[in-house]
Design a binder for this molecule. Structure first.
Ligand code: ZN
Length: 321
């Protein structure tokens, strides 16, 4: 079973989360295998993205999808990992054939320095005119050197854009996608009037975070993939006062949000002329979901209904037979 654990450190302004995606991750890859599967470096990157997206969403209160997306300028054209508030996740990547099995992140997505990575928060109920929030994740450090790990890119993003000191360890293979996140909690009160009388100084709290972050960063990718959550947390933090948070959140699971209704709405958006021309050419409209591999087929009769329904139904009703 996939698992997500959240925890705090008693007395220290540090929180953490550990995710291990197992059955859901394998299902996602299995569905993709029918379309040829991914080369190993892409499996690894997409798994790390998915684990990271679960960790980041689990750390915020947001009623909508968190989407982590990379648009690459190398053999990887695009990779997307999406997580819903109930921790349902899906992910997909588009790759040109012939990826070097030893390709690293830079060789995969940032060959000419034009790769791009973004985090989007897309509200479930978007108000008219409301745009999703988007943050740009740097692919280079402050000196302009390309970062070779997704965990470093996201750590830098959290520091620069969210002012949150964050360390991540991420790893994935074709069995497990896993991640550990350690974050310094924003401390209310320190440095202002309300903070007076605090027993612990800012220097103590810096030291707490540094110590726990150093322990977290000693975790190897191999250990992260191999060890179960209890063993891993004990091995890293046995000298700390770690407190597990039992949250109401569900365990992460693979699930796709595609539906025949959504595909129908997209076809209506194309317009009758475009749909007619596809029908004339191929006899049916066959739309495959990139995330889960589900096919939605519309023959001439379905297509006619699509636009008939639109003409007869009041705006806003979006139901197809
Ligand atoms: Zn789907």
């Amino acid at each position: 079973m996939s698992e997500l654990h959240k925890f705090l450190f008693d007395g220290a302004p540090v929180r953490g989360a550990l995710v291990r995606l197992t059955d859901g991750w394998r299902e996602l890859l299995q569905r993709r295998a029918e379309a040829g599967g991914y080369p190993a470096p892409v499996t690894e990157l997409l798994g790390e993205m998915t684990a990271a997206a679960v960790l980041l969403h689990s750390n915020i209160k947001f009623a909508g999808a968190l989407v982590l997306q990379i648009v690459g300028d190398g053999p990887l054209k695009v990779a997307v990992a999406e997580v819903q508030p109930d921790m349902a996740f899906r992910a997909t990547a588009t790759v040109t054939p012939g990826v070097d099995a030893a390709a690293d992140l830079v060789q995969l997505v940032n060959v000419h320095g034009q790769g791009c990575c973004a985090i989007t928060l897309d509200p479930r109920q978007r108000q008219p005119g409301q745009q999703p929030y988007q943050g740009i994740v740097p692919l280079h450090d402050a000196d302009g050197h390309a970062l070779h790990r997704l965990s470093d890119m996201l750590g830098l993003y959290m520091r620069q854009s969210e002012q949150l000191d964050t360390r991540l360890v991420l790893a994935a293979n074709d069995e497990v996608a896993a991640g550990l996140l350690i974050q310094r909690m924003p401390t209310a009160g320190l440095g202002n009037l309300a903070g007076r009388g605090h027993e612990r100084s800012e220097a103590d709290e810096d030291e707490d975070f540094r110590r726990i972050a150093t322990l977290a960063m000693s975790l190897t990718r191999d250990e992260l993939l191999r060890l179960d959550a209890d063993t891993l947390l004990h091995r890293l933090f046995w000298q700390e006062h770690l407190m597990r948070l039992e949250g109401p959140r569900s365990a992460p699971r693979f699930a796709c949000t595609c539906s025949r209704e959504r595909v129908a709405a997209m076809l209506r958006g194309l317009g009758p002329a475009e749909v007619e021309s596809i029908l004339a050419e191929r006899g049916e409209v066959d739309v495959g979901c990139e995330f889960c591999g589900q096919h939605y087929r519309f023959d001439a009769v379905d297509a006619a209904r699509l636009f008939l329904a639109q003409a007869q139904q009041p705006p806003g009703s979006d139901h197809v037979q």
